[in-house]
Design a protein around this ligand. Structure first.
Ligand code: NAD
Length: 445
């Protein structure tokens, strides 16, 4: 099938590549000329495991093309996806300016019937706005062309996006028009071979489904962080508690890891946007507000532990802190809303210096922070330890899981680890002569 995708970010690029990989003809459109030129030269703008060779292979095979020419891309698409960003507005609701700009562009250039599909995460009612924006442009140029607007929210997760896209848990199609539903079923048939993954529903339910999924996951994280904070105060170990509850299938093992708070481009903004939608419709989002408040607090917890260890914030002045992990989670270079950013800001505010290492986010960190005297971006985990007083682990990258504690002991002047992801066993760290602070590990108080 002929597919056009607006937006070559995490979602648009991965979706386009996977659709091309199963044989569809895909044109990806972006307004970022440098990105498009790079992609046409084989430069992949994001780190996502497995993505680069797939982009290159499908581009070379002619099934995956990148352009800034929206008119030509619209002309060629039977199915036109909108996969541009929906960042938070000032009040936390989703900013639809990019989505609606694409809708107007589609209306200006549509020359034959097509199905327009919202893949961006958008509030309930957005499909109606997209439909109205396209219709207004068609009317302005006196064109009478049939089109449908469907919702097809994306559930891939950064760090495992290609796998999620090739083997989705479910594919939600929100549409009322039988032809549009049929077209989308055909598009996704290659991903739906072994068992039925496609869930068809009305557009509004599909739009809400995406927010419900992310809000549920964020809720699990904030819940566990609250339990961790209780554990810390009452002298219990939340890791024991986690093992004690995860085996209950009603609870499950996923997303019950306490930590330094959730970040990324989705959970923070989607929880807020859903809360604003609720308020807008007269529903008080008590739980969603609490989920967000717990997370905001949790992002400052590592710094609190450090201040506690050193006997106050002032004692951090002049300290050099090694930070392992800057990305908001492993296997990505994405630092949007990452907990590391809060920690670094707090450390700098307190007058500490940072030596940071992240396996993939170095370039992104360089872009965000620029050159500063109190930040050194290092080439390896060991390089970050050199001349440092303390180590803080912020992202649970695999290579951080089994470090040489004797070496760390030798490197750190103050011999202390703040483990923001509970990667280590306190006994093992302490046996190496290093003070240990985890999240929700009451024994470390
Ligand atoms: P992103 O910021 O990585 O990419 C968005 C891209 O859209 C950019 O390359 C930008 O240049 C481009 N763009 C903006 N306006 C455009 C226009 N008028 N025409 C063409 N391109 C345009 O965003 P993302 O992370 O891929 O997220 C996209 C949407 O998908 C968001 O609504 C997000 O909430 C949702 N989502 C994201 C993820 C994720 O893990 N990142 C997962 C599921 C859903």
């Amino acid at each position: 099938m002929q597919v056009t995708i607006f937006g070559t970010g995490y979602v648009g690029l991965v979706t386009g590549t996977c659709l091309a990989d199963v044989g569809h003809n895909v044109v990806c459109v972006d307004i970022d000329q440098a990105k498009v030129e790079g992609l046409n030269r084989g430069v992949i703008p994001i780190f996502e495991p497995g993505l680069e060779p797939m982009v290159k292979a499908n581009h070379a095979a002619g099934r995956l093309r990148f352009t800034t020419d929206a008119a030509a891309a619209i002309e060629s698409g039977d199915i036109i996806f909108i996969a541009v960003g929906t960042p938070p507005d000032e009040d936390g609701s989703a900013d639809l300016r990019y989505v609606l700009e694409v809708a107007r562009t589609i209306g200006r250039h549509l020359s034959r019937p097509a199905v327009v599909v919202d893949k961006s995460t958008v509030p309930v009612g957005t499909a109606d706005k997209v439909r109205a924006a396209i219709a207004a442009e068609l009317q302005a140029r006196g064109a009478d062309i049939a089109f449908e607007v469907a919702s097809n929210p994306e559930f891939l997760k950064e760090g495992d996006a290609v796998n999620d896209c090739m083997r989705p848990d479910r594919i939600v199609i929100g549409a009322s028009d039988p032809d549009a539903i049929e077209k989308l079923k055909r598009l996704y048939a290659p991903f739906n071979r072994n068992h039925e993954r496609i869930v068809v529903m009305d557009v509004r339910s599909a739009e809400l489904t995406k927010y419900a999924a992310n809000a549920m996951l964020a809720t699990k994280i904030s819940f566990m962080n609250e339990i961790a904070n209780i554990a810390e105060r009452v002298g219990a170990d939340v890791e024991m508690v986690r093992h004690g509850i995860g085996s209950d299938p009603r609870i499950g093992w996923h997303f019950i890891y306490p930590g330094a708070g959730y970040g990324g481009s989705c959970f923070p903004k989607d929880v807020q946007a859903l809360a604003r939608t609720a308020q807008h419709h007269g529903v008080e989002p008590r739980l969603l507000n609490a989920v967000e408040a717990v997370n905001e607090h949790q992002k400052g917890h590592l710094f609190e532990l450090m201040a506690r260890h050193y006997g106050g914030v002032d004692a951090l002045r002049g300290k050099t802190v090694a930070v392992w992990g800057l990305a908001f989670k492993p296997n990505t270079d994405d630092m949007r809303e990452a907990s590391s950013r809060r920690l670094l800001a707090q450390l700098w505010e307190a007058g500490a210096r940072v030596r940071a290492y992240d396996p993939e986010a170095r370039q992104e960190a360089q872009r965000i922070f620029g050159e500063r005297d109190d930040l050194l971006l290092c080439d390896s985990a060991n390089a970050a330890l050199a001349d440092a007083d303390a180590l803080v682990v912020v992202t649970e990258w695999k290579p951080f899981r089994s470090p040489d504690f004797a070496r760390i002991r030798g490197a750190l002047a103050d011999a202390v680890i703040f483990d923001g992801r509970n990667l280590y066993h306190p006994d093992e760290v302490e046996a190496a002569g290093i003070a240990y602070y985890g999240i929700g590990r009451g024994r470390s108080i």
